[in-house]
Design a protein around this ligand. Sequence first.
Ligand SMILES: Cc1cc2nc3c(=O)[nH]c(=O)nc-3n(C[C@H](O)[C@H](O)[C@H](O)COP(=O)(O)OP(=O)(O)OC[C@H]3O[C@@H](n4cnc5c(N)ncnc54)[C@H](O)[C@@H]3O)c2cc1C
Length: 487
Amino acid sequence: MRKEDLTAHGKRLLQETPVLETLRGLDPKGVNEVLRIVETCAEFARLHAEPKALELDARMEEDPEYFDWDLVRTAGRYRLFSLVVPAVLGGLAGKYMLTAASLGVEEICSACAGIGNMIAATGLGACPLLTPGGMPHWDTVLREIVEGERKGEPVLMAYAITEPSAGTDVEEPHFLAKARIGMEARRVKGGYLLNGRKCFISGGKEAKYLTVCAATDRNRPLETWTVFMVSRDMEGFSVPRVERKMGQRACHAAELLFENVFVPEEYVIGYEGDGMSMGILSIMAASRGPVGAVGTGIARGVLRNFLSWARQEHGGRKPIEEQRIQMEIADMAASIQECRGLVLDHSLAGDRVFGTLLVNPMMKALFALPREFRLSRPYQAFLQSRPGRAASARLLRLLVSEEDMTRLLALASLAKFASTDMAMNVASRALQLMGPGDSEERRRVEKCYRDVKVTQIYEGTNQLNRLTWYMIEHEGSLRVELPRPRL
Ligand SMILES: Cc1cc2nc3c(=O)[nH]c(=O)nc-3n(C[C@H](O)[C@H](O)[C@H](O)COP(=O)(O)OP(=O)(O)OC[C@H]3O[C@@H](n4cnc5c(N)ncnc54)[C@H](O)[C@@H]3O)c2cc1C
């Protein structure tokens, strides 16, 4: 693709992110793929998210149970649920999966962060399946996401770790060791019985599959934290309620109830007891950077609306003509640019780790085997067997180092807390400058102000993310440990 063939968004992106322009010189095919994905997200944002943002926000304030399935189907036509599904399965995730996802999320969230979260919740839910322990489910669940889009009935996922008695505590090993855990997964013949509650789960009401972390012994949560896949039609699973939300209303935050939900052994992702490393820290190492992109996206939305407001006359004057306003605009633009740099530092480093996994020749060779063979009973049984699980763990250790993963977690936490705090400041400043007068632009900025708050809370509060960064960079007291093969 030549530069002239890019849309206005593609060209703007290259102008505003010189690192991408440079990378494009070295790897035109890879970066053009990123640009294509970002352009698709920008088109969805412009044609569908932006026009619906205010209306959907107001409707869901009145009726928090409402959910816009039509919009989900539209997002499916743009293939937005396949952003994290590996290309070998027909998805969009390739070598620059995190960079494309981060920049794409920024585009959607610049129009509406609630709609962005409604889409991104599936990506987050799918993340634990992307680890080698999740490979038995690639040809079934992940492919179902791709096929759901093709059929016009998207398959959604969600990620459930938070419990009523443990939020911050489940996101960090030292805290989990002392956490008061309510949910338990008791081992029974052929699998586990899950009992308890999860809360605040984004997209949890609509998800067909959920990746859920639970302790198999509530008195030893750190040692027994395990990742399970739950299907919504499993007996005993229900969604008693959704929250009445202040912001990001387009995406439900649901409470989940597990009453003797039987989860078969094959639905344990990786090893029992490896939940902190593979279900939390490795996932956060990938996903916190994109949450930073939610922040840069919201801040971009604020700036766009603020500019449009400032160009209009208010009380006989155009604010844009005042130097103090021009300086405010320059400050907002500088903060956004600075934080997009942090997000890109994370995503490009992440693509070196995760992207390498996806395009690795060994991985490609595995997926060159005919699909019927991959779905066959003996092959699936091998993947689920002890030697199969040990082979997955070995593969991961061969391709990724604990140092790389730990470093990535630090970059992810830094991008997350810095960008979301920045977005909160930008929204707050813009709203103050706009004053009380009503306008569409002001209503959009006011919505951004409400939308941004939760970005400082989910995926680890910003306090926790600061501590995570400090523990890795200065104390050396936090490390992502990869699973050891068990024979
Ligand atoms: C809208 C929304 C969507 C969400 N989506 C999901 C989802 O999809 N999946 C999911 O599993 N969870 C989700 N969450 C949960 C979210 O991750 C938690 O709310 C978050 O981790 C904080 O946990 P908590 O609410 O229990 O607060 P607490 O952990 O009780 O924290 C309260 C305050 O104390 C501070 N604090 C706590 N412990 C410490 C400490 N040791 N040191 C310093 N400060 C500390 C926190 O930073 C915070 O300021 C969502 C939450 C919301 C609000």
